[in-house]
Design a protein around this ligand. Structure first.
Ligand code: USQ
Length: 382
């Protein structure tokens, strides 16, 4: 299939591009390096250097023989969007092109409005481009499990059958996010649902939990093909941060009580989930929603796992409960359904000690570049 990946430079975008390309899909990527530029503005360094998209695509072609077309530009700019869609004529569009960090969205007014305008405008441009240039194409949108929040009832896969005063109807599952970033994802879902109903678009919305890891089959031949890896408070996700903290001898930063529970997945499973969605498209007029994670853990569970794995390589890992900078439930019920992707054929890679030791070993090789002043940047929700 011809697949266009928006946000193709990202932590997930680039590995997805290689993964689909290796399986014979014709891949094009677009990105404006927003994440790199925001990190630079905030003086946040990746764990290791990552070549730009053009260099990575060249390297990938020399190793695999597969070409990935690169478009560098801003998807808020309609002229650029129109050009990319016309040149790539996609059958599937994978939309990752968003400001992806909850803490960034809570930094200040400028960061909040950038998150709102970028995420919603790019989603709107994608919808209009599909309508204009490829109305039968399938949009695969990265949503987030954070759209649901942590309700005191089971979380269904996107939809809830509601019975009220003797009548019933299926609605989008109630959503209540705990950051502005997560709220923009709810708004994206609403936009997509509106245009699915109105224009008959085909859409899959993947409600993904926090991702961990860096290794994929395609990057195994050259470290320069690895995705960038943030461990700072703003763009780093919790397990990646804990592994870097463990190697740096920095106490693991458990926020508050540490009972916050989320659905996690290995980066390899993200790629497989997205591929399964692309290869099994939604129908016209269907908004299909999958909950994309493989197992649930509390923050305390993750900290303990990292401490145990660290012991195997003589790391004396300390765990510290620090004041929670976020407004979120620290003890709560959490039971989300996640059968849709398993039914499509997903074979999960679970979080084993071996997986953690591979991550620790990689981070140890880059230990000298860890900057511990990035661990906490004092972004507060209140
Ligand atoms: N946490 C800590 N200590 C840390 C970092 C995080 O206790 O040093 C806690 C957070 O308070 C939260 C949990 O760990 O309760 C997860 O935090 P996170 O930073 O790993 O994930 P989050 O901010 O929720 O966002 C990440 C991705 C986002 C994706 C989301 C999925 O950045 O793009 O949408 O995971 S989910 O969390 O299911 O909404």
């Amino acid at each position: 299939m011809r697949v266009l990946i928006l946000g193709g430079d990202g932590y997930l975008g680039w590995p997805t591009a290689m993964h689909l390309s290796a399986r014979g899909h014709e891949v094009a990527v677009a990105d404006n390096y927003l994440r790199r530029n925001l990190c630079q503005e905030l003086q946040l360094e990746f764990l290791h250097d990552v070549p730009d998209l053009t260099k990575r695509a060249d390297l990938w072609q020399s190793i695999s023989g597969h070409k990935i077309a690169v478009h560098v530009g801003d998807l808020n700019d309609w002229d650029f969007v129109a050009e990319v869609f016309q040149k790539s004529s996609p059958q599937a569009i994978i939309h990752y092109a968003e400001q992806p960090a909850a803490p960034y969205s809570m930094l200040d007014r400028q960061a909040a409005t950038l998150t709102l305008s970028n995420n919603l405008m790019v989603t709107a441009n994608v919808i209009f481009a599909v309508r204009e240039y490829c109305p039968d194409a399938h949009i695969v949108k990265l949503g987030t499990m954070g759209e649901y929040g942590t309700p005191n009832i089971d979380i269904e896969e996107g939809w809830l059958e509601v019975a009220h005063k003797g009548r019933q109807q299926k609605f989008l599952y109630p959503r209540q996010a705990s950051s502005l970033y997560h709220t923009t994802k709810i708004m994206d879902t609403d936009l997509l649902w509106f245009y699915v109903r109105t224009w008959g678009l085909r859409v899959t919305d993947l409600m993904q939990g926090p991702v961990y890891g860096m290794f994929t089959d395609e990057s195994s031949q050259d470290d320069r093909l690895l995705p960038f890896f943030n461990y700072d408070e703003i763009f780093g996700t919790v397990l990646n941060r804990f592994v870097v903290q463990a190697v740096a001898g920095y106490p693991l930063t458990v926020y508050g009580k540490g009972g916050q529970t989320r659905g996690y997945l290995n980066i390899k499973d993200t790629l497989n989930c997205v591929r399964l969605a692309v290869e099994n498209p939604a129908d016209p007029g269907e908004l299909r929603i999958f909950n994309q994670f493989t197992e649930t853990f509390s923050v305390n569970d993750l900290a303990e796992k990292v401490r145990e794995a660290g012991k195997q390589v003589q790391l004396n890992v300390q765990i510290e409960h620090i004041e929670n900078p976020r407004t979120e439930a620290e003890e709560h019920y959490y039971n989300p359904v996640h059968t849709g992707l398993l039914d499509l054929g997903l074979t999960p890679h679970y979080l084993s000690e071996e997986v953690l030791l591979d991550m620790i070993e990689f981070v140890m090789r880059h230990k000298s570049s860890i900057q511990t002043d990035q661990m906490l940047r004092n972004v507060k929700w209140n």
